[in-house]
Design a protein around this ligand. Structure first.
Ligand code: FAD
Length: 468
């Protein structure tokens, strides 16, 4: 079905009408915000405003806050609510009321949607995110339109199948960049929704909200290291453009440095737009072409390969998702002798014989983040030290999603599966790993200053102790 109105702002490939229903005789256009939790550079929001201006109505935004989001704990909720608090204030300045309601996201959207002319939603690629949108488009009494705002190139424009590797998706993405790598201008809100009588929870203080949700509080917030919100993300990114980007390519395997953008958690919660980041990098002349190209490769090609993977792979969170050749070679070596074997509890306690691995585990527990190079090493070692590959896969994913602020993301599932051969090629055969790529502690010692990394993590732990 064609989009309800031609947008002057959003590329038509980002817009998809999800049901066959007509516009209702409603009081407002509802923007059901769930993935793109921001007030800026948000195609779904701008499209909702365009529609509302067309109908001479206000835009009401709602967000459904559920207590039992899969694998979420206090760390994730706090970061997300810090962001939503800011988004609510920024949207109010634009004349858009954001109501945050406790409940299942689909129920919250359907309830608010009873009085809407049309529901606009953003897009998510994980199983439950797709299911919510199916429920809403099926049960709503009005038209539901989805607008894709958290990728540079819309996923269905890039490919209609699970891509084999970065090398196969890269040309498909690059071909479309001139068309999609363009800024989005804010649309002026003609009718304010601030006076609409719609109540939600008060976000002035986050702690009581988290308490009321009764979520798992065993994993505490990491606000001293990473605070949620678009403004913090933009400030941090400006710092990276100034000081980090110029070293990005050379330091991609140097975890003792901090020359990465730390944008993953902001991207995960939709607090920052990937398009905004890409355009900022393109504009930054002083960093040099190699660094700009490397960053855009990670932000666009690798990140959107991960989204392609979860979108096209129903079992993306299970061991069965890894390629057949990798499963076969790992099975061939399942009985190989393991010199070290650890239980999930020992791993969680960072109690292995390997000080580099323990430091990585401590970094993720303490700060909710880890440099990509250490994530690779961390995951590979769990495979090496577990009784069987499937058990290792499950333990890695569980720890990943428990501690990383950016966990439970398409990148989480893809990153973990990469350890087991996804999007990679076969290497020389060796014990336990078979033909799956291996990483050694001696490689860390040779390629980076791993002692400096261990020292950096110790200082982070000390900071937390002193702050208490
Ligand atoms: C075992 C393992 C687990 C991982 N788990 C997660 C996870 O839970 N959540 C998560 O967001 N990422 C995960 N990654 C991917 C990657 O490590 C992180 O996205 C990156 O380290 C985040 O740091 P940054 O934002 O400073 O990245 P930068 O280096 O500054 O890169 C900018 C952006 O590019 C994207 N990006 C960077 N590296 C990758 C990559 N290898 N694959 C896909 N996209 C990438 C991210 O969106 C990142 O924010 C995992 C990787 C591995 C190997």
């Amino acid at each position: 079905m064609a989009p309800p109105i031609r947008s002057g702002t959003v590329h038509p490939a980002r817009i998809r009408v999800l049901n066959q229903k007509g516009f209702a005789d409603g009081r407002f256009v509802l923007y059901w915000m769930q993935q793109s939790q921001r007030a800026e550079e948000n195609h779904a929001l701008e499209y909702a405003i365009e529609l509302a201006n067309h109908f001479k109505q206000p835009v009401l935004a709602v967000f459904g806050l559920m207590a039992d989001y899969p694998e979420a704990n206090q760390r994730h909720y706090t970061f997300m609510l810090e962001g939503l608090q800011e988004t609510q204030t920024t949207l109010a300045r634009r004349g858009v009321k954001l109501v945050i309601r406790l409940g299942h996201p689909a129920d919250v959207a359907l309830e608010a949607g009873k009085k809407a002319s049309v529901i606009v939603c953003d897009r998510g690629y994980l199983r439950h995110q797709k299911q919510w949108r199916e429920i809403v488009s099926h049960d709503a009494e009005c038209r539901v339109v989805q607008v894709e705002s958290d990728v540079v190139v819309p996923v269905d424009t890039v490919s209609s199948k699970a891509e084999y590797a970065a090398r196969t998706i890269r040309p498909k993405i690059h071909r479309h960049l001139p068309e999609f790598l363009t800024g989005i201008r804010p649309v002026k809100v003609r009718r304010s929704s601030l006076n609409l009588r719609f109540s939600g929870i008060n976000l002035k203080r986050i702690e009581p909200v988290v308490e009321k949700l009764a979520v798992d509080r065993s994993i505490g917030p990491v606000s001293t290291f990473y605070r949620g919100g678009t403004a913090v993300a933009k400030r941090r990114f400006a710092g990276f453009l100034k000081n980090g980007l110029q070293h990005y390519d050379r330091h991609s395997n140097q975890p003792q440095t901090d020359d990465v953008s730390h944008m993953s958690m902001y991207l995960h919660f939709g607090q920052i737009s990937p398009l905004f980041l890409a355009l900022q990098v393109e504009k930054t002349g002083r960093a040099g072409e190699d660094n700009r190209a490397s960053y855009l490769e990670e932000l666009i090609v690798r990140r959107e390969l991960a989204i392609n993977f979860v979108h096209q792979t129903p079992d993306y969170d299970r061991f069965t998702c890894i390629p057949g050749w990798a499963r076969q070679t790992l099975a061939d070596h399942q009985a190989d002798k393991r010199e070290h074997r650890y239980t999930r509890r020992q791993l969680d306690n960072a109690a292995t014989h390997d000080p580099y691995w323990n430091a990585a585990m401590e970094e993720m527990k303490t700060t909710g983040f880890m440099h990509n190079y250490m994530r690779m090493y961390w995951g590979k070692k769990i495979l090496e030290w577990s009784k069987a590959p499937k058990q290792a896969f499950d333990a890695t994913l569980a720890l990943n999603n428990k501690y990383f602020v950016d966990g439970r993301d398409p990148n989480s599932y893809t990153g973990v599966a990469w350890n087991y051969g996804l999007h990679d090629r076969a290497w020389a055969e060796r014990p336990i790993f078979g033909k799956v790529r291996y990483m050694a502690a001696s490689g860390l010692e040779r390629k980076c200053d791993i002692q400096a990394y261990v020292h950096k993590v110790n200082k982070l732990k000390e900071k937390v102790k002193n702050d208490r």
